[in-house]
Design a protein around this ligand. Structure first.
Ligand SMILES: Nc1ncnc2c1ncn2[C@@H]1O[C@H](COP(=O)(O)OP(=O)(O)OP(=O)(O)O)[C@@H](O)[C@H]1O
Length: 252
């Protein structure tokens, strides 16, 4: 296995008295796609949000254990969470462009991080929209509202917005679940391209999607990680009968 970009050690998470994650241990390699699968409520999204401390925003959340990115502890009290979320970008289930122009959506993050030069911003807009395979569709309407784009275009714009702050890791929480089949296919193709440069962790309910886009798959059940291995192994010859039951559709 390549060097771990993200290393999770004995990680537990509680929502008040409810334990949502129990003793999670895994190493996520860089520049690969890791899929998180498992039945509804098993803790996939909670785990994904733990990586960039998005759960911090929920009152009553408590964690134990640790998550390291490039060897640095994410849960260190001195950790700069704004920097962490710049390094670890996130795409959600529903495309959530800001109600502003396409151009302003992409430049929003870079401006917050101090980039003001118009030429630099123009370059960022073109580069990231090209990376997100959206440039050709929107280059003549950059000043128009992002809300006028289709769902699939909005999701690619959100990705461009994430890419604009130069992350190293991209977390995706069921990014295709609100998209039609053609937009889903385009997004999956994009994920395959992006893994050349970025470490991607994706939650998906769609098992075929996990098989198509990911290198590794982790199967979660009731807040525990049951099995984690190469995607092909998980889908053809899983080591745990519970994984087999899930992927063969016996529950969930
Ligand atoms: N904000 C919250 N406050 C309290 N409990 C929560 C919160 N978010 C999630 N939970 C609980 O934590 C557990 C794990 O939820 P989570 O959303 O992580 O699961 P999931 O596997 O992503 O599910 P789904 O596939 O349905 O999105 C569930 O029991 C859920 O009810």
């Amino acid at each position: 296995m390549k060097e771990a970009k993200i290393e999770v050690q004995d990680f537990h998470l509680f929502y008040g008295s409810h334990q949502a994650l129990t003793r999670i241990n895994l190493k996520i390699p860089e520049r690969e796609v890791t899929a998180l699968i498992g039945p509804s409520g098993c803790g996939k999204s909670t785990f994904l949000r733990s990586i960039n401390r998005m759960n911090d925003l929920i009152p009553g959340v408590r964690t134990e254990g640790g998550i390291q990115i490039d060897g640095d502890e994410v849960y260190e009290s001195s950790r700069d969470v704004v920097e962490l979320r710049k390094k670890v970008g996130m795409v959600f289930q529903q495309p959530n462009p800001f109600p502003m122009s396409i151009y302003d959506n992409v430049t929003y993050g870079p401006k917050i991080h101090g980039i003001k030069n118009k030429k630099r911003l123009d370059e960022i807009v073109e580069r990231t929209l090209r990376q997100a395979n959206l440039w050709e569709e929107v280059k003549d309407r950059l000043q128009q509202s992002a809300m006028g784009l289709s769902g699939g275009q909005q999701q690619r714009l959100v990705l461009a917005r994430v890419l604009a702050v130069e992350p190293e890791i991209i977390l995706m929480d069921e990014p295709a679940s609100a998209l039609d089949p053609i937009s889903t296919e385009r997004l999956e193709e994009l994920i395959r391209q992006l893994k050349e440069e970025y470490t991607i962790v994706i939650v998906t309910h769609n098992m075929q999607q996990a098989a198509r886009v990911s290198n590794r798959t982790a199967f979660f059940l009731n807040g525990e990680m049951i099995e984690y291995d190469g995607t092909e192994k998980i889908f053809t010859n899983p080591g745990d009968p519970r994984t087999e039951d899930y992927i063969s559709g016996r529950f969930g």
